[in-house]
Design a protein around this ligand. Structure first.
Ligand SMILES: [Zn+2]
Ligand SMILES: [Zn+2]
Ligand SMILES: [Zn+2]
Ligand SMILES: [Zn+2]
Length: 153
């Protein structure tokens, strides 16, 4: 089955990932070890199936005033964006409001608003704005990173 994705000039093929294989998803910049991927073998370009199929526009609770638009690469001169949800930089897909300079990683945009995490006994709430530097304790950050890394595995 051939599939056209707006971020890539070749057709992509849906491929079922075999046990032990790891691909790097160009959309979310995370690895992909299970389920299906969209692949361009010529370019070594891969996308999780959920990264190849996102909406071009979303309404996000962290930014209710404008829709966020999916961009295949950042529009800033630096070539990177700073994610408003996790505070880390990214250089691949982002949901962006150009007017307000709001940017979210693909995987951060789809974090559920509340989750129970096995490393912590309380329900964790998703923080949409990173508090001032210093107000954010180290282990909170680790949990956030864990969450975003594990969400789709
Ligand atoms: Zn992905
Ligand atoms: Zn290609
Ligand atoms: Zn992020
Ligand atoms: Zn906006």
């Amino acid at each position: 089955m051939e599939y056209k994705h707006f971020s890539h000039h070749h057709n992509l093929n849906l491929y079922r990932v075999q046990q032990g294989q790891t691909f790097h998803c160009s959309g979310s910049e995370t690895s992909c070890t299970s389920d299906s991927i969209y692949a361009c073998w010529q370019c070594n370009f891969f996308l999780h199936d959920h990264c190849g199929n996102p909406n071009r526009f979303i309404k996000h609770p962290s930014h209710p005033s404008h829709p966020l638009i999916l961009l295949p690469s950042p529009t800033y001169c630096s070539g990177t964006f700073l994610c408003n949800a996790c505070g880390a930089t990214g250089k691949s897909f982002s949901y962006c409001c150009a007017t307000c300079e709001v940017d979210l990683h693909l995987h951060c945009a789809f974090l559920p608003p509340k989750v129970n995490h096995k490393s912590h006994t309380h329900e964790l709430s998703l923080v949409h704005t990173i508090p001032e530097k210093g107000a954010f304790r180290d282990h909170d950050c680790k949990i956030l990173q864990l969450l975003s890394a594990n969400l789709f595995t």
